[in-house]
Design a protein around this ligand. Sequence first.
Ligand code: GCW
Length: 727
Amino acid sequence: MLPLTSRRSDPPWGLLVGLLALLLCVADARAEDGYDVWMRYVHADPARLDGYRVRLGDVVAPDATQTQRAARDELRRGLTGFLGTAPRLHVAPPAARALLIGTPESSPWILPFRQEIEGLGEEGFLLREVRIDGRDALVIAAHRDIGVLYGVFHLLRLLQTGTSLDGLHVREAPRIKLRVLNHWDNLDRYVERGYAGRSLWDWQTLPDWEDPRYTDYARANASIGINGAVLNNVNADALSLSPRYLRKAVALADLFRPYGIRVYLSARFSAPIELGGLATADPRDPGVQRWWREKADEIYALIPDFGGFLVKANSEGQPGPQDYGRTHAEGANLLADAVRPHGGVVMWRAFVYAHEVPEDRAKQAYNEFVGLDGNFHDNVLVQVKNGPVDFQPREPFHPLFGAMPRTPLMMEFQITKEYLGFATHLVYLGPLYEEVLRADTHARGSGSTVARVIEGSLEGHALSGIAGVANIGDDRTWSGSHFDQANWYAFGRLAWNPHQSARDIATDWVAMTFSRAPDVVASVVGMMMGSREAAVDYMTPLGLHHLMARGHHYGPGPWVDGGPRADWTSVYYHRANRHGVGFDRTSRGSGSVSQYAPPVARTFDDIGQVPENLLLWFHRVPWQHRMGSGRPLWNELVHRYTRGVSYVEAMQATWDGLRGRVDAPRHQHVAAFLRIQRDEAQWWRDASVAYFQSINGLALPADEAPPPHPLAYYQALQSPYAPGDGR
Ligand code: GCW
């Protein structure tokens, strides 16, 4: 059979190959600036190139729909980079082997796989080597175009990580239905807790100017299976729902649709007042109900596959149903009923706490929500942060997981590192996510992991979701640093399958992002895997939490006291005095342990059993308490602060050793950021040690260096322009 290209009849192959080679040289010479994230598609190892060319050089791919074209174009882009020449596109398999992609509807060559793809759902795919009609083929088959696109990205990942294609047989389907980024982006392009520049969404020039970055954003997300984006901050401006801004959202929705990404909006609960001119936003008011129905109808007329609303209500000053004496369930159901006819959902956040309530803040969300289980309509998900306080370097898992069996609970992770060193600290969050997802709630006996709660398998929910607060902005690196891309990546991969290992994900990411050389991969993965624990060590070891500077949260502030509310201070959380330190949340203290299933509660309640890394979260402990290491608590605390700094120094040494193995521009960028991290880790350690020493009056262990400055020096440091502050 003649190789037919899709459009031209007689392509000048020689010329094209020459041009491509030239382009590739130009591409190679181009500075690595991080823009391409993990989709760099660099040339294969010369030794394996011929084999790859035989398998991948001829492609049969449909191109009738936008998603089909996205898949075909990505394949062409990836293979061109990887093989050094563009693949030949055919309308039918050539005599030699070919790569065949499509759905039973889009391609007759995929029809024979109809049975084999059964059970893969709307987004799954099959990727395998087969023999059909005496010919070898690599096949990507799925029920829907989007599954094919995911399969293409999977294949490209295998190529980028140097994985053998021999006997390939992959069946993949996402375990979580809604895999969503939450952008805390304001309409003026300020990003709350954003450390990667301004918002990617240029509301001023939308909808007319469709920045190509919007499409690259969608590609990057689709490559890891993210299928939703909430465009605006949960501290929402009602204007996002106005006709003017909806038209802008339409443009983004249209650009994202081919990549399987639905657009969602954060809804301000009082929008019926602000936009609709109503006197109330009471969920029981018929006028309010009508307003939301009409608003939903208006949105769906513009964006037929609009995902739905995300709502922060009665939290940190946001309006909500409690303003009218109604419950969170009534508030959520009001919006859910409005979007239900269109197939939309409401993601209602459980991040609520009130300083008027004298209760331990860690207990409040549970107290507020647990009794509402069963009251939410079936298109509502309750979105719960991973821990009960607020995205701290380490928290126990949130006690709501496993405690609301009749409600789909959505996980909310923070990808942007508000409490983990902003964009300048190399902190790989994979281990944090993994720790939470693997935590056992014991809700239905042992093995009731948080992952099983959120994927819906534990309690039999068809609707399931996971959200990540995005770390994306208009910085050239997207995430504010090269290594923060790994956190976006890991979030997406774990959203697809929350049972994966953070180490495996890091291994893929490094191979795709920096180098496939095994020694480079091993060194960089090694750095990454310990980096989160290091941040815990130099910021808040042993279960300490919420000790950063006020407001912007940049740098240490264990002395923070006073101000508008106690639960926004550090002293509220560490409760240190001459005798001891820690928050007593045991059955003798605030009792927050009782919010966990009995086996978990017993472990946390018992100072002999609680994991040391959560000791001061749950217990108030004398400074002399003997730790597992044999050291008294005070010595152990100082030891850990110092250990955190040492880890950063070790990362610096490892990274220095990679000079010449990683391209110079990114090597220098990372090295500079590691210097910042080292200095800030030291700052955290010294300020914290000086502070706690001022409280307990104890001598430093003999081998520990005293902080170079008195406490007053650290307390006087101000950072009025630290980025990302809430407004
Ligand atoms: O962690 C806190 C942040 C706020 C944020 C809030 C929330 C969007 O400091 O900036 O507001 O959580 O999650 O609602």
